[in-house]
Design a protein. Structure first.
Length: 314
């Protein structure tokens, strides 16, 4: 029997209808795997060994009651065969410290999905710079005058922080906005914080496509997240609606560019964000949209992931 640990945010606070981590847990449980639930604060290091307070958990596909846990027990983390690191951003120092602990667990023989070092290496916004052939014009800077020059060049831009998720603190800025200077000051903390500026992509009105990748290979359908009326952000968390679409020729080309690097870095489960013809983000921490695509296309994306994990363990 495979014993699998899941590091995540409090399971009682998730939306079971949409939660991709729950979908993974349901699939693992259906295979007879034992599930052990943890939060970030449950992981500890003592004398060079990693331990965790774990709770054996049973899950069910029920929107009213989706889990039952047993009491917490402290045990060596290498009692587990595999850990799913599914803690949501922000990618702060606490998150970074946790990846160091999980990297020690990895050296003790535990498979960690996604690979801890790569979780540190791959900033979900910034890593698009490794694939400039796929990306819209992009600037990362602390400088207010560089952002204004970028705005002058492109007329309509998006500003976003490098460590958030779910559309948090994303601004569309153009010369018609009387608060341009204030937005730039707040975003850069008056020159003390890096931010990303990207040329606005008008195809966002047709949806921000989430493409799920398993070991560098794409699921053949994407979830196009359509912004709510009057909203720039398409994230489901900000009121966007999801529509299934088959991957386009350009989508597949982007996947071919990015996939081999993901595989090399041990990033087994990744969500690419594509607007129009452009790659805008590479989500490696806790990509979502499994449940929506499963329902739309009668898929079992979690089964593909668990198959790949079983192959690695074997």
């Amino acid at each position: 029997m495979i014993r699998i640990g899941i590091v995540m945010d409090p399971i009682g606070s998730i939306n079971p209808k949409k939660d991709s981590t729950l979908a993974m847990m349901l699939e693992a449980q259906s295979r007879g795997w034992e599930l052990q639930y943890m939060e970030l604060a449950d992981i500890t290091l003592r004398d060079g060994r990693v331990y965790a307070y774990m709770q054996k958990i049973v899950v069910q596909d029920d929107e009213q009651s989706w889990f039952e846990t047993e009491p917490r027990t402290e045990r060596p983390i290498n009692d587990l065969a595999v850990i799913l690191m599914r803690k949501d951003p922000p990618i702060d120092m606490e998150y970074m410290y946790a990846t160091h602990l999980l990297e020690i667990a990895e050296k003790e023989g535990v498979m960690v999905v996604n690979k801890p070092q790569s979780l540190r290496d791959v900033n979900e916004k910034l890593y698009t710079a490794w694939f400039p052939q796929c990306a819209t014009p992009t600037l990362v800077t602390r400088s207010d005058h560089q952002i204004r020059d970028f705005l002058d060049e492109h007329d309509d831009i998006i500003l976003k922080p490098l460590n958030a998720m779910g559309g948090e603190s994303i601004f569309r800025v153009n010369h018609n906005n009387p608060n341009v200077n204030v937005i730039i000051e707040i975003m850069t903390e008056r020159g003390q914080r890096f931010v990303m500026a990207q040329r606005y992509i008008p195809e966002i009105l047709n949806g921000d496509k989430r493409i799920l990748m398993i070991d560098g290979e794409p699921i053949p359908y994407a979830l196009a997240r359509i912004p709510a009326p009057g909203e720039t952000r398409a994230n489901l968390a900000t009121g966007g609606t999801g529509k299934g679409v088959p991957l386009s020729k350009r989508d597949r080309w982007i996947c071919q560019q990015v996939g081999p690097v993901l595989r090399e870095k041990g990033l087994l489960f990744v969500g690419l964000d594509v607007i129009g013809d452009y790659l805008t983000e590479i989500n490696v921490t806790s990509p979502t949209c499994i449940r929506e695509l499963d329902r739309l296309y009668d898929l079992n994306i979690s089964a593909l992931l668990m198959d790949r994990i079983e192959q690695e363990l074997a």
